[in-house]
Ligand binder design. Structure first.
Ligand code: PGA
Length: 259
């Protein structure tokens, strides 16, 4: 099963979180574009909402995909401060991150709301990076497996095989995010296998449509540890993507792995 999905090219995505203005975004992408122009792997940048138009424009004619970091769970309405999927699509963005642990934890997003976001993003033809991952407490109580299965079920129940082609899963254990304590590759491989098996056997999704990324304190030094794992088909990189040179080092390692 993993053999088949291995054919998909790695997707290396920077998640800037709440960093960079539009001017800084343009400068970054102008710098990055020529450096990644001829690569076979996929490169993405998830930028703040206010940078989306600038980023999409700067990335035209490059092979960098642009994404948002969140989306509203309703299509339109009296919801001050929210941004809908059609609004994101209209900026020229290609994808959206949904269910990031910072959204789940700090903004109280539920499985139901995340599922609605996924459906609406699909309707607007956006690709999706759907984040899952257990907390430190859940891991300590041996609840990592049940937590990720529950998150997969809640987010993806009823999703068809064809819709799944637009969805990437990002396994990001909460305890490994933003703290230089990247997960042990053995742990990552185990959870990625669990996800593949659950998606294929319990949710009936074809293995070739399942692509799983790892995220959590990835940097230029440890990226290779994950990229060489058979079940890891991309990386979601937070802090280390803010510096273009560091991000490029990670991207080049993924490209090299393809050769
Ligand atoms: P980090 O963030 O690489 O800074 O740990 C990853 C993420 O939250 O997507």
């Amino acid at each position: 099963m993993l053999e088949k999905s291995k054919k998909r090219v790695p997707f290396i995505v920077g998640n800037w979180k709440m960093h960079k203005t539009a001017a800084e975004t343009r400068e970054y992408i102008d710098h990055l574009s020529p450096l990644v122009f001829n690569l076979s792997i996929k490169v993405g940048l998830a930028v703040p909402y206010t940078d989306l138009f600038t980023a999409a424009e700067a990335a035209i004619d490059s092979n960098i995909l642009i994404g948002a970091q969140n989306v509203s769970d309703v299509q339109e309405g009296a919801l001050t401060g929210e941004i809908s999927a059609p609004m994101i699509a209209e900026t020229g963005a290609d994808f959206v991150i949904i269910g990031h642990s910072e959204r789940r934890r700090l903004f109280h997003e539920t499985g139901e709301s995340i599922h609605r976001k996924i459906k609406l993003a699909l309707q607007s033809k956006l690709q999706i990076i759907f984040c899952i991952g257990e907390s430190k407490e859940q891991r300590e109580h041996s609840l990592a497996d049940t937590t990720v299965k529950k998150q997969l079920y809640e987010g993806l129940k009823g999703i068809t095989a064809s819709e799944m082609k637009s969805i990437f899963i990002a396994y990001e254990p909460v305890w490994a995010i933003g703290n230089n304590q990247a997960a042990d590759p053995v742990v990552v491989e185990k959870i990625h296998h669990l996800c593949h098996n659950y998606l294929a056997n319990d949710l009936g999704l074809p293995a070739e449509n399942i692509q799983i990324l790892y995220g959590g304190s990835v940097n230029a030094q440890n990226a290779k540890n994950y990229l060489t794992l058979p079940s890891v088909q991309g990386l979601l990189v937070g802090g280390a993507s803010l510096d273009v040179q560091t991000f490029v080092e990670i991207i080049y390692q993924a490209e090299k792995g393809l050769k």
